[in-house]
Unconditional design. Structure first.
Length: 136
């Protein structure tokens, strides 16, 4: 997914990284498509905004999170900042209920893997994003 920020290439004022493309999930049995757009990622937790078939369902929905221990297990310093190796994002109960409500079927298993992320945070002395935070 492309990465950016609503105000540049750094973290926004809430400590999030903006993913402008969002995510689409299609449930073949019901013919419903769930679109999470825009989506944001923080180290923990991981909120996302959602819409269903173009009709907003909720203002904000925590779709996945990562236990701090799993996040820290992959933390590595780099020459210019830090890197997190293969951070797992796991489905929340809130997201599972939303998928079940929309599709009329069973939602994804709470705690199941949504995906993995390997972010880098680079700090360039004297350079900050438009929010004043180091770039991400």
């Amino acid at each position: 997914m492309p990465i950016g920020s609503t105000a540049g290439d750094g973290l926004d004022s809430r400590g999030r990284v903006f993913y402008p493309g969002g995510l689409n999930f299609h449930h073949a049995a019901s013919g419903k498509t769930i679109t999470l757009k825009p989506t944001y990622i923080r180290v923990t937790p991981t909120p996302g905004y959602s819409a269903v078939n173009g009709v907003p369902l909720t203002d904000e929905l925590m779709i996945a999170d990562t236990p701090p221990a799993e996040t820290l297990a992959g933390a590595r310093p780099s020459l210019t900042g830090w890197r997190l190796e293969k951070v797992p994002f796991r489905i929340t109960a809130e997201a599972s209920r939303m998928f079940a409500q929309v599709t009329g079927d069973e939602g994804p298993r709470v705690g199941s893997l949504l995906g993995m992320l390997t972010p880098n945070s680079d700090y360039i002395p004297g350079r900050t994003s438009s929010t004043g935070s180091p770039g991400f």
